[in-house]
Write a protein that binds this ligand. Structure first.
Ligand code: UD1
Length: 371
C-alpha cells in the first residue's frame, strides 16, 4: 500500500463517536497519516473535550474554533478555515462524518479543491427538508466520492439519487463500534448510582431533547416538558440538557409537578451517557445516535419526531416514533407500560468492526458490496 494522508473533519458531539473507530483502525496502518481537524462547532468541555477523553481520541491536530452562529455563518467560517488547511496539507482524501454543519462545509471545500470526499454514515434520509441535517446529508452525499453506509436501507436512497453502485460500500455502523468498545467501562461506571444519590437504580426514563423543531418553539417545548413531567409521576426521569434546550427552558418559566422525580443534568460524557442508556427502562429522545444505541442494547425508545432517517431502528429495532406533543407522548408512554422488555435485535454491520472495514476500503481497495 502506498503512503496516504487522510484528514478527518469533525465538529459536533455526534461526530466524535464516529471518528474514534476510524482513528484506531488507521493507527494500525504504518503508511497512513491521519490528521484530525476539529472545526470547533461544539466547544464546551462537556460537549467536546470529554468525548475525546472518553473515546481515547488524540487531541485534534487543528482546531478552527468556529463556535456557534447562524447556519450560514457557521458553515462559511468553517469553509474559510478549512480551505487553506486542505491546500497546505494536500490530503489524499477528506473524511466527513454524519450530518452536521461541519460535515457539509468540509465536503464542499474538499470537492471544490478536487480532493476525494469520503462520507462516513452516507445514505440516511428522513425525507424532511425542514431539518438542517437532511440538507446536509443530501448535499454531502452528492459531493462524496465514496459513500460508506451504516445499513442496507441506505442503498435505495443513494441509487434513487443516481449514485453509481461502485461508490457505495456497506461498512456498517461506526457508532456501534464505539458502543461495543465502551460497554464494559459503562457497566463499571458508578455514574448511575451517583445520579440516584446512592439509592438503588431501579426503573427510570432517560430523556434527551435538542432538535430545533422540538425546543425552539415555546409551545412545543412546553408540551414535551409537560409530558416528561407526566412520566415523572410513574418513574424517575433523568434528563441531561443540551445547551440549546437549557437556554429555551430558562426562557419558558416552566415548573414541574413531579419535581422529586425529575433530575435535570448538565450535558454528560459518553461513558456516563452509555452507563445510563443501558440501564434505562425507557429512552425518550430526538437524537439520531440514541435511536441506534437503544436498538443495539435492546432498550425501548420513543423518538419524539414525525420521521426518522434511521427507519431500521423502527422496523427491526426497539424504536417508535411519536409526534412532538403532550397527548402523543403520554399515549405512547401508556402503551410502553403495557409492553414487556423488547427483544434485542441483530442488525447487519452493527458489530463493532465498521472502522476496520472503512480502513480496508480506503487502504486496501476492498469492496463491501451493497447486495
Ligand atoms: C448540532 C447538529 C445536530 C446534532 C447536535 C448534537 C447541525 C446543523 N446540528 O446541533 O445535528 O444532533 O449538534 O448536539 O450541525 N452550544 C453551546 N456549547 C457548545 C455547542 C453549542 O452552548 O459547545 C449552544 C449554543 O448556544 C449554540 C447552540 O448550542 O448556538 C446550538 O449549537 P449548534 O452547533 O448550532 O447546533 P446543535 O443544536 O448543537
Amino acid at each position: 500500500m502506498k503512503a496516504r494522508t487522510l484528514i478527518s473533519v469533525v465538529g459536533a458531539r455526534p461526530n466524535f463517536m464516529k471518528l474514534a473507530p476510524v482513528v484506531r483502525a488507521t493507527a494500525r496502518r504504518d503508511q497512513v497519516k491521519h490528521i484530525i481537524v476539529h472545526t470547533g462547532q461544539h466547544y464546551d468541555a462537556g460537549m467536546s473535550d470529554s468525548f475525546f477523553e472518553d473515546l481515547g481520541i488524540p487531541a485534534p491536530d487543528h482546531n478552527l474554533g468556529v463556535g456557534s452562529a447562524t447556519h450560514a455563518v457557521q458553515t462559511a467560517e468553517t469553509m474559510k478555515g478549512l480551505e487553506p488547511l486542505f491546500l497546505d496539507l494536500a490530503p489524499d482524501a477528506v473524511l466527513v462524518y454524519g450530518d452536521v454543519n461541519s460535515t457539509v462545509a468540509a465536503a464542499l471545500v474538499a470537492a471544490k479543491l478536487g480532493i476525494p470526499v469520503v462520507h462516513v454514515e452516507a445514505g440516511l434520509r428522513s425525507g424532511d427538508w425542514t431539518m438542517p441535517e437532511e440538507i446536509n446529508r443530501v448535499v454531502t452525499d452528492r459531493l462524496a466520492d465514496l459513500l460508506l453506509i451504516p445499513s442496507r436501507d441506505a442503498v435505495e436512497h443513494l441509487r434513487n439519487e443516481g449514485v453509481p453502485r461502485e461508490r457505495i460500500h456497506m461498512v456498517g455502523n461506526v457508532m456501534i463500534d464505539s458502543l461495543v468498545r465502551s460497554l464494559e467501562r459503562a457497566k463499571d461506571s458508578d455514574f448511575p448510582s451517583k445520579v440516584f444519590e446512592g439509592a438503588e437504580v431501579g426503573n427510570f426514563c432517560l430523556v434527551t431533547m435538542h432538535r430545533p423543531g422540538n425546543v425552539d418553539d415555546p409551545a412545543t417545548l412546553r408540551s414535551i416538558l409537560d409530558a416528561i413531567d407526566h412520566i415523572g409521576a410513574t418513574m424517575p426521569v433523568v434528563f441531561p440538557v443540551h445547551p440549546r434546550t437549557r437556554a429555551q427552558i430558562d426562557r419558558l418559566n416552566w415548573t414541574a409537578k413531579n419535581t422529586d422525580n425529575l433530575r435535570f443534568l448538565q450535558p454528560i460524557g459518553y461513558i456516563e451517557m452509555l452507563s445510563l442508556t443501558r440501564l434505562a427502562s425507557l429512552v425518550v429522545t430526538d437524537s439520531g445516535g440514541l435511536q441506534e444505541e437503544t436498538t443495539y442494547l435492546g432498550v425501548s425508545c420513543l423518538t419524539v419526531r414525525p420521521n426518522t432517517e434511521r427507519p431500521i431502528t423502527v422496523v427491526e429495532g426497539t424504536n417508535r416514533l411519536v409526534e412532538p406533543g403532550y397527548d402523543a407522548i403520554v399515549a405512547a408512554f401508556s402503551e410502553f407500560g403495557r409492553q414487556g422488555k423488547p427483544e434485542r435485535p441483530t442488525i447487519d454491520g452493527w458489530d463493532g468492526n465498521a472502522g476496520e472495514r472503512i480502513v480496508q476500503v480506503l487502504c486496501d481497495d476492498m469492496v463491501f458490496p451493497i447486495d
